[in-house]
Design a protein around this ligand. Sequence first.
Ligand SMILES: [Zn+2]
Length: 331
Amino acid sequence: MPIPPQMWSFTKRHQRFFKTKECLAASYRSPCGGRIVRAHIIPRVQLRQIAREGHIVAVPTSLLTIMRMQRTGFEAEEIGIGEFSTMNCFCARHDKTFFAPIEDAPLAFSSEQLALLHYRAIAAEFYQCVNQQESAASELDWESDEPQNFRFSWIFTWSGKASEEAHHALTRTEKLIATRRFKDVRSLVVRFDAPPAVMAAGAFRPQYDFAARRVQNLADTCCYVAMHLLAADGAAVLAFTWLQSDLAAERFVRTFAARPREQMASLAVQCAFEHIEHTCMSDAWWSDLKRPMRASLLERVRRANSLAYRRSPRCLSYRMRYADWSVGNIR
Ligand SMILES: [Zn+2]
């Protein structure tokens, strides 16, 4: 099915919106400085640990590619680490100073580092939702009495709700960081006894937990959980973070902690593919997966990008053994 011309024009404009430059930390205590820089949500020093010749493997996330893959099938491809998981939403000064504790020091998952990782994941989510909402808005004719294009109205409404909720989470996190109440960002950190193979960083509003129970209804006001799958001391580490008063988020993470340890690596992989846009992997790990496993992970990405997708309560229930990294410790 060809893409209608108005869809292409929408997509091209959408890409332009993503280049809109504005610092998200502008309301923060210190003033902005320098131009908006392209920041990595997964630091390059992390990506290098799973890269081969400067490339990782990931499903591309640009809207143009997604739309093409909706016709031709979803595939993972090699992406240069300089191109992966970037966002233009912090000025040079804030990018350098604000994130110094996670960029310039080794990751030890201290409470300060976890709070900053949480903040950046929420910022990326907010950035994504605002851009999506703005580009949908530009396609709607506000003067017209005619019914509006369903697809754009739908994107406008839902990305608007998501961006409000992300903004609320962002402001609350910013306050905690400004007053150094890092411990109010709660966390579950799982260290694996295995080298990193999959990396992910992002925030999402969980609908169902790892025990197939509803966490929250997207029609109500929802809270965010951030997920990071990174590396420390040469081994894979998973961190879930959430704000202390977000009880739904805490309940969600508790159901992960209650799963058998031998399922945790696979559940982390499933969750990343289900919910986290910035997910990537080593070529070796991806190539070693059996074909049906790759297909089921790609299917998660395809559905997550479909307007018609209604999540099943069992979307995060254990299915397949995607990874056999044994758990070192949990805190
Ligand atoms: Zn700034």
